[in-house]
Design a protein around this ligand. Sequence first.
Ligand code: NAD
Length: 506
Amino acid sequence: MAVKEPEITLKRVSHWIGGRLVEGNSGRSGIVWNPATGQQQATVDFASVEELDAAVAVAKEAFKTWRQTPLSRRAEIMFKFRDLVDQNRRKIAELITLEHGKTIPDALGEVARGLENVEFATGIPHLLKGGYSEQASRGVDVYQIRQPLGVVAGITPFNFPAMVPMWMFANAIACGNTFVLKPSEKDPSPSLFLAELLQQAGLPDGVFNVVQGDKVAVDRILEHPDIKAVSFVGSTPIARYIYETGTKNGKRVQALGGAKNHMIVLPDADIGMAADAAVSAAYGSAGERCMAISQVVVVGDQTADELIAAIRERMSRIKVGPGMEEGVEMGPLITREHRDKVASYIENAPKEGATVVVDGRQDPIAQSEGFFLGTSLLDHVKPGMKCYDDEIFGPVLGVARVKTYEEAVRMVNEHPYGNGTAIFTRDGGAARQFQFEVEAGMVGINVPIPVPVAYYSFGGWKASLFGDLHMYGPEGVQFYTRAKIVTSRWPDPSTSKVDLGFPQVR
Ligand code: NAD
């Protein structure tokens, strides 16, 4: 008699609509992998147009009462949510690591940076204050109020499944909007847990909804007449598409795209410090960060030789393995396909004229079942090579050698991406010159990953951002509200008369 294989029931990740889990009924779903083992660990429902519409209808209904909720109550809910996220840091981090693969300390860092945005949103009563001009004309006062937009949507990438949603929904909700989140289908669970925590914090049902899915859900978000604004974070081709389609349909859109972040190292830099920074920023989270340093530009051959030696020495000590394991510093990549794509850049680099100094494909871990690749270092990388022009989004660091500071800055400015950049030097004048002329949205001076704190805003330039307003912080509040200017006069019959002239203020 044949022995029957035991049936393994896979976890099913569903939607969160109207304050409860709702199983999808479209019949379509995706695979959620465990990148550390290479095994499927769950399925994720993919929403149909009708299911997306149902979530928007719930959010639209919830908006009617949510926008009337006093500011103090909204702030109180944000405070409670802040405490719940704080108490559940470890649990959120584990959910991230299981599906994304990054290490637990890295995932805890993600939660902490997301939490900052919730803390910022607790100040919403202050943030929504408008201006008031008394006596703009005789007996006339003029003032500005900022009002929520209605239902707004967020579409988020795989690489920060908790932080990027918090970048968006904390401010959006605190401003009085209701929210529909379409998380990455690759790691969809953390957002459902955040939805539960929001409910526990006292957020009324329907204010925050999660719709899992793919292009079908995204396209419906872009055309749904009741969605007033769309925040997107992801790759540049999709960001451009989201911006063009969303704005064509009359929506307010902020769409953040990909990056190629350059780190310039001048000859006077502290080589040890620059190497520490380059290694941390290039290989942290396996290079799957939009603010990762993927390209070092070194001024002078001697500095380049010294820096490469210092980087190699540090690379040899990085512990690569499953993110859940104690002591591991770098986890796997998100999928097998992505790992292979990253590996193809290393394969092609010598054909393009670059030198492979360290080849991550040779690391024994690259042969395991998980989606692993060791760390790689390429030298003599130049514009025109694919390994320079493209965002690789993996643990591959390129080094370019130039003769002058001017040449280095020109490289940064001529690259189509302009998310973040950094300079390493002891020369304050050179650093100031760099800050003045470099074309990127976020600049680090001896800081390799200059992600702004939550009370500033996050955004790149050029092909790294489509739209006007950056994400979170003061610009986030601006994005999720619209201004209304009121000009008011209280009746004073003694001064009233008919006057057909154009109103003047003096
Ligand atoms: P992605 O563009 O593939 O996906 C992002 C979102 O868009 C996901 O929710 C996905 O489901 C959806 N999507 C994918 N293809 C689509 C299509 N054809 N039509 C409609 N929707 C689609 O990005 P990713 O691989 O999840 O994330 C990595 C990218 O995100 C990198 O390029 C990285 O630089 C970028 N990123 C940028 C920032 C930033 O702040 N600028 C932050 C994090 C990540």
